[in-house]
Design a binder for this molecule. Structure first.
Ligand code: NAI
Ligand code: 15L
Length: 268
């Protein structure tokens, strides 16, 4: 287990509620935080502080003495610009300033929606690597691109290490055909976070956070630097969900799926 406490933002969210008990069971000392109360029993060795990420002083105080910040808090779906702005842009800045002060490593829950307007590869067409262009599919995806670039800046200028997890679809199981490509199991997520915190050095790196899916959209990334390999596969669910398509041509064309077609108004 890490020697210093680990701060987990977004602790009351879907992934926070998976990670908090799983990491605590590995003996980690966790500081949990969210704007909404933690709905479950507090795991052993964990404390919880209710806080809005827009409060920079509060974030700085919570991060005191921490060796890593797992940043999973904020807006997690497409929302109007004004709703995304404070949690995802201002909040991210507070996280990075705290990390700089503490010399802590940041794990950032980025998203496939930072690159969602790449087309899905057909047949044996080349898959995109993590150094592909950002092609956000909305204000949410744009905030994730900003978050990854914030990591780039703080590494280049201040040596703040950061691992950016470009998460596909992290749910108990895939629920449609797209998720045969994008699904990340909870087990693979927990092992990924563990590897990213425990790696002796990470620098600035970007990881395609999906399970070992043969139908993946994604190619090379920096997983070797942290020594992570996914163990689960969405393929186990092909007969169950492989026929579940949206019927929307925009959604099915692009990697970001349903987010790309929200308010889509391009005519050619
Ligand atoms: P979630 O929406 O369940 O959890 C996010 C948490 O952030 C919530 O508990 C919410 O209360 C908290 N939050 C929102 N605004 C806040 C603020 N101003 N101050 C403090 N806390 C605030 O989302 P989920 O699914 O757990 O995702 C966690 C992270 O992973 C998010 O950053 C999301 O963008 C990212 N992600 C998740 C994916 C998934 O498939 N679940 C896919 C790609 C990225
Ligand atoms: C995300 O970024 C969201 O947080 C999650 O709710 C899913 O929509 C996921 O992407 C996805 O693309 O399936």
């Amino acid at each position: 287990a890490p020697q210093k406490p680990v701060l987990l933002t977004g602790a009351s969210g879907n992934l926070g509620r998976v990670l908090a008990p799983a990491l605590a069971a590995q003996g980690w000392t966790l500081r949990l935080t969210d704007i909404t109360p933690f709905p479950d029993a507090l795991p052993a060795g964990a404390s919880f502080t209710r806080l809005d990420l827009s409060e920079g002083l509060g974030v700085a105080r919570l991060a005191e003495g921490c060796g890593a910040i797992l940043h999973f808090g904020g807006i997690s779906v497409e929302q109007p610009f004004e709703a995304v702005l404070s949690p995802n842009l201002r909040g991210l800045y507070h996280i990075y300033e705290a990390a700089r002060r503490e010399g802590a490593r940041v794990l950032f829950a980025s998203s496939n929606h930072s690159i969602g307007f790449h087309e899905r590869p057909q047949g044996n067409e080349a898959k995109i690597d993590v150094d592909c262009a950002f092609r956000p599919d909305g204000y949410y995806g744009l905030s994730k691109a900003y978050g990854e670039l914030m990591g780039r800046l703080y590494w280049d200028k201040h040596g703040v290490e950061n691992v950016n997890l470009r998460i596909g679809s992290c749910f108990p199981k895939p629920v449609n055909a797209r998720m045969l490509s994008t699904w990340l199991s909870f087990g693979d997520l927990t092992r990924l976070v563990t590897a990213a915190v425990e790696a002796p050095r990470s620098g600035h790196c970007v990881i395609w956070a999906c399970s070992n899916n043969p139908a993946t959209f994604w190619g090379r990334d920096h997983r070797d630097r942290i020594g992570w390999q996914p163990q689960d596969t969405a393929e186990d669910y092909r007969t169950e969900v492989g026929h579940i398509l949206s019927g929307d041509p925009v959604e099915e064309r692009y990697q970001g799926g349903g987010y790309t077609s929200i308010e889509y108004s391009r005519s050619a």
